[in-house]
Ligand binder design. Structure first.
Ligand SMILES: C[S@@+](CC[C@H](N)C(=O)[O-])C[C@H]1O[C@@H](n2cnc3c(N)ncnc32)[C@H](O)[C@@H]1O
Length: 370
């Protein structure tokens, strides 16, 4: 793919770059092309996802990977809340940008926040998120004050979110954007509007946190593949071509078990960082999931949360309960680890395929400069 996608038929001057190469700017010849709004595809995909119960989720091939991702988000959210409180905020307000069905509502409740704004493109997801919140409120104990909340259906890469807030003066301590930001890299305008929505109502010192695929990792795996796709039994990433990667609109198709099956866009992180600076945001940290895991697992509290959330699959060399995959090769890394001896069993692990899928992602933290 060599073109950048623009909105409303507007042609953009593209800057093409091979990842890992020196920055080269070259002008693309303006061409006529069909403009598709991927937001519609993304919304209809997420709207059509069925809400499945706990029993069905626990039978999923990616049960542990989903728990692992949830653990990682919990740790990230917990640490950021600690920092916000450490800086003196008592009434913590949060914007969950691309909230989905409300997978993080419990994390916000545990974090004892005061107010939450949930926004998402997919109307059905927002409805489910709101009804989860209402259930939570109904079931909350008389002595527990659940945070207040507002739910907004909007394409946050096109619309100005702050115009929709119930409280027109509302400012946030945190904007959390989990597994969402890459959808906006379809065009510069969209990526910038998403950033504006994430950052314009952050208090000075407030945080913009999130998770998104690491473009370098995706391109590295693509270049190593002998076709235009790569993956395994749980996920598949397909590009249209390889060799040239425009900064915006570099589309690939991502599918993950029965959860995701949508077009996404590469987020070239140095550009993301540069754009964020224009919104007065400073990059505090950026870590691949593997790095984040290695660092956080050293902490006893994070480890016990990991057990509670079943974020790793218990592995014993001889007897395995019901492994997520029957394929023995999927656990050869764990077997090898056990064979080194003096390992306390069961060992916590993820199948090779799940690890390959989750290790595509990175965690980012930006902070608003005063
Ligand atoms: C992988 S889900 C993540 C949901 C949630 N953040 C989580 O971690 O469970 C991605 C979500 O991003 C939403 N999304 C994608 N593009 C969006 C946009 N332009 N504006 C708002 N939401 C968007 C989708 O509708 C979907 O709910």
């Amino acid at each position: 793919m060599t073109e950048t996608a623009g909105e409303g038929g507007r042609q953009m001057t593209g800057i093409k770059r091979k990842h890992g190469e020196e920055e080269k700017e070259e002008e693309t010849v303006p061409t006529k092309r069909l403009v598709t709004d991927h937001g519609v595809k993304v919304a209809s995909h997420y709207n059509s996802l069925q809400e499945v119960g706990l029993a069905a989720r626990s039978r999923s091939r990616i049960f542990f990977m989903r728990n692992f991702n949830n653990w990682l988000k919990s740790v990230l959210i917990g640490e950021i809340l600690e920092q916000v409180r450490g800086a003196g905020s008592r009434q913590v307000s949060v914007l969950d940008l691309g909230c989905g069905k409300g997978g993080d509502l419990l994390k916000w409740r545990r974090g004892g926040i005061s107010h939450l704004v949930c926004a998402d493109l997919a109307e059905v997801s927002v409805e489910q998120c709101q009804s989860r919140y209402n259930d939570m409120k109904r079931r909350s104990h008389f002595n527990e004050k659940l945070f207040s909340a507002q739910f907004i259906t909007a394409d946050c890469s096109k619309e100005v979110l702050s115009e929709k807030f119930d409280d027109s003066e509302l400012m946030f301590d945190i904007c959390s954007c989990q597994f969402v930001y890459h959808y906006s890299f379809e065009s510069e305008q969209k990526a910038d509007m998403m950033l504006r929505n994430a950052c314009e109502r952050l208090k000075p010192g407030g945080f913009f946190i999130g998770t998104t695929p690491d473009a370098f990792e995706l391109v590295k795996r693509l270049e190593a593949s002998d076709s235009t796709s790569f993956g395994n039994e749980v996920f598949k990433v397909s590009f249209q071509s390889k060799g040239s990667y425009p900064l915006f609109g570099c589309q690939y198709h991502f599918s993950l078990e029965d959860v995701v099956n949508v077009p996404e866009f590469l987020v070239y992180f140095p550009l993301f960082e540069h754009m964020a600076k224009r919104h007065n945001m400073l990059l505090v940290s950026k870590q691949r999931f593997s790095e984040f895991f290695k660092e956080k697992v050293k902490d006893e509290q994070h480890r016990s949360l990991m057990m509670k959330m079943m974020a790793l699959e218990p592995f014993t060399a001889e007897v395995r309960g019901q492994p997520a995959s029957d394929s023995r090769g999927e656990y050869s890394h764990a077997e090898e680890h056990c064979s080194r001896g003096s390992i306390k069993l069961p060992l916590g692990t993820l199948s090779q395929s799940e690890w390959e899928a989750t290790s595509i992602y990175l965690v980012f933290v930006f902070q608003k400069m005063s």
